[in-house]
Design a protein around this ligand. Sequence first.
Ligand code: ADP
Ligand code: MG
Length: 248
Amino acid sequence: MEGLKEDWIKSLSNPLMLFSYIKHTLFGEKLSERKFPLISFEGIDFCGKSTQAKLLAKYLKEKGIPYRQFREPGGVYISEKIRNILLDPGNKGLLDTTELLLFAAARAQIVGEEIEPSLETKLVLLDRFHDSSVAYQGFGRGMGYKFVKELQKYATKGIYPDRTYWFNVSIEEVAKRKQVLTTNANTKLDRIEVSKDNFYQKVIDGYKHIARTEPWRFKTINAKRSIDEIHNDVINDANKVLQKYNLL
Ligand SMILES: Nc1ncnc2c1ncn2[C@@H]1O[C@H](COP(=O)(O)OP(=O)(O)O)[C@@H](O)[C@H]1O
Ligand SMILES: [Mg+2]
């Protein structure tokens, strides 16, 4: 599979990685008690998350697998209100600290209100989740990996995705897509989408860091390819998760 790196098991020869994996397996996230899986999609703006989330949702529907799909920040009434503050291009004075806490607040609300209860009876599909804060605020804004990650644990009550698909694409490629959308479709960019390339480069570095440290659930997908090729990679891997939960 060209787009999905599956060689993470080799990384366990590194003692630190092995320790991290054992820690994750024994004391990790609230995975084992769950009846349904949580899948999140990550990547920089315009990498193709929403396109792929829609396709995976269609696949789940065809298979008759119950699911809920949410976007972040937002997804529920209060979190959508916080989203408006976060993405309003007029809010130029928003401090990094305020931004970090607002993202965490929006996340806490949707986790408590929808994600946690939904996982009792359905698969949950998320267009962005806590990794976005680690990459954007932790790395992009330079607020620190450990601190931002710890805050996410609090906001999400330790609820962790079984799988995260990171659509890895270059800044040049998204610039092309952005150009098409802003000129042809007249799409207006939000407060974060207008960020400079060096910010996005740091965000990509953040995602790379997560891919290195949590390869068992965070899968890198080469998102420069066609929508169908990417979708096939997602399905091939998601099928394994569905089988694990006896949904296929
Ligand atoms: N694999 C792809 N190749 C080329 N264009 C794509 C691909 N995936 C998505 N797009 C286009 O790029 C734009 C951004 O996609 P979208 O799914 O909205 O990204 P995101 O939700 O990550 O911001 C859309 O115009 C979409 O049609
Ligand atoms: Mg989107």
